[in-house]
Design a binder for this molecule. Sequence first.
Ligand SMILES: [Zn+2]
Length: 395
Amino acid sequence: MHYRTLKILTSLFMAIVIVVVLVAARSTLWPSEETDVTTTPEQTTQGLATEPPDPTESAAPTTVADPVPLPVAIGQATTEPGQSLRRWPEDLSIPLLREPDLSLYAGRKKTEKPLEGITVILDPGHGGQDGGAQYPVKVLYPDVAEKDIVLSLSLKVRDQLEQLGADVVMLRETDVWQSVYYRIALVNRWIYQDFMEQLPYHGYESSSVDHLLPPLETMLEINSDYASSGGRGPMNGVGTHEDVKVLLDMQAQYTDVLFLSIHCNALDDDRVGGLQVYYLTNDHVHQTENNWVSGADPMANPPSYTRYDDEARLRLAELVRDQIIDRLPELKFPGENDLLPGNYVVLREIALTGLLIETGFITNEQDRAILTSVDGQTKISEGIAEAVFAYYCRP
Ligand SMILES: [Zn+2]
């Protein structure tokens, strides 16, 4: 090659290298709009200040040209003889787009932010005009209200989990009232929106599932648990509406997200005390709801959902119980009822691995002393955080 040509080509090559370096530096220093992680005011007011997890972040994703609508195949429900409620098939109604590799967490040390990449949604029960359980019972201004204990406790759990590197989403951080279905709609919408963000990277667009969002927005606007209010949206009644099955099938793909609803109990009999952890299994939902509509035509109600991760929920429930009781043996509920399946709406209309934790009875003197003390709350919150750590890092 002619020397002069070579020199021109070399200069040209150097110029290209400089331009590429400058462009790369610019996008690092001034992230484009797509990488903006600031939270919208709307999200903040609704308690979802933490960004949803984005597994595509480190994978340098590329979108696919000419996306097709996300395929939705709801499948045929099965009927069993003598049953008044059908069951949805166990197949996912939508493609599996998220499969977090949880083996990455196994064996991690506490000192290295082991839960980085894990999200925990904390739901402190009640709030505002709904005080929940109280002591003394049946008085207008009780000394102790469940809503205050569970908020204080949840904030401690948040701090513990954040120290371990987890992202924590609080469904409430102050003494506000939100209907249970409002909270459920928040979680459903959050997962839905995150799932929608994954679609372009898999060659899909959202037209087949766009209709799932407005009913959730309506639930948030109505903010009421009364069936007649419309606040339950498509989650009203027995069984799982086919649109809800699709939403739950999205949530079932978020094994790196946990949902913990935190409560305390009350009973007229003040001798009863102790921790009770509720989980929910597919069979329990089916059996309880089948009894509720006993004798009805199976076609009169939508089928029950069948893809809750029974094994994961039970394992997490055992860990939470064991870790709290390790620290506070006096909170041990007598007998076997410290671990119970419960058809709670927050465990039924959210298909994440989740629990409802009844941390103790505020009507019982010993439990109340634990629940209202900083030391007691700290130990309970440490137990819950340790259980989450063990769930992911000591499988
Ligand atoms: Zn409660």
